[in-house]
Design a protein around this ligand. Sequence first.
Ligand SMILES: C[S@@+](CC[C@H](N)C(=O)[O-])C[C@H]1O[C@@H](n2cnc3c(N)ncnc32)[C@H](O)[C@@H]1O
Length: 312
Amino acid sequence: MSSERIYLPNTPQNFYALAWAERLKFVKSLVACGETDVYRIIRILERHERKFQLKLEHASYTYSDPQNGPEKIDVFTGHAEWVPVDQGSDADLLSTGVPAVTENSFLGKKLTLPAYTDLSVIVANWIIDLIDEDCSSVVELGCGYGRNLFNIHYLGGPLGIPYYGTEYTETGRALASFLASLEGAIDLRVEHFDHTAVDLRFIEESDHLFAFTCHSIEQVAEIPDSYFEDLAKSAKKLTCIHFEPFGFQISANNPYSVRQKDFFIKRGWNTNFFDVLKTAANTGTINLTHVYKDIIPNEEISPTSVAIWRNF
Ligand SMILES: C[S@@+](CC[C@H](N)C(=O)[O-])C[C@H]1O[C@@H](n2cnc3c(N)ncnc32)[C@H](O)[C@@H]1O
């Protein structure tokens, strides 16, 4: 728990900066108690998050704009704590204290899944099967603490090539680096990345780069028009897959997509990924091979869609 009050604007980036900092503290406390195995550490963090969630303290700050007068803005104070997840009524809980089922959406329909279903392996296994034999590096853009990259490694992803974990927040990078320092079997290199200013020059010359995103573009209100062109120029051969909740951008043709659209607009989350992608494909900047709307179940508001493209 942090005691210092710092007053940060309530943006998705500041949310994650604070959230990854608290997870870093939690992980360091596990290591201080003798945990050394990163696979176990990630599973223990997930177990903790089944019962507890991070609560970030908010405050209202009055900003005096010289031209427009005082304006109230919502800020984070920097104070965060783990609080018990509100699991609903006891009647619907398993004896372990977690809900017996979770409500999700998938392909425009409601999907009820049993407790303990691990959806994160879908992304890792999809990537493992898509990585071509000749791929010489893997990069996640907006990786948080590198959960997907560690999953890819533990589920049998390629050995002996660099994995780049790139992330906007300094605290996310610190946690990814800390975990990487404990896991000698994966060559995980952690770098800064910003979806609004694509720059992958830190990647060593790679014959065939495999890049992916997973629910990180969602956090950026608008990606630049040149996003795919800039990525496409980053390697001789580039294969890229996006796991992002952009179904409503393809068509808001069912109640879940309509709710997703409203939610993203209200939150200031991404609304232009699919338009920029389509333009890049139509102008021949990229070779868009597959688009799947709402193909991976997730919480009702945020089913994951997938787009795959290459620069060759
Ligand atoms: C929902 S988390 C997903 C993290 C990770 N991809 C995963 O699946 O576990 C969203 C991530 O996007 C990152 N992010 C937010 N704005 C970004 C930006 N402009 N460029 C790159 N990453 C950003 C956040 O810091 C956060 O780590």
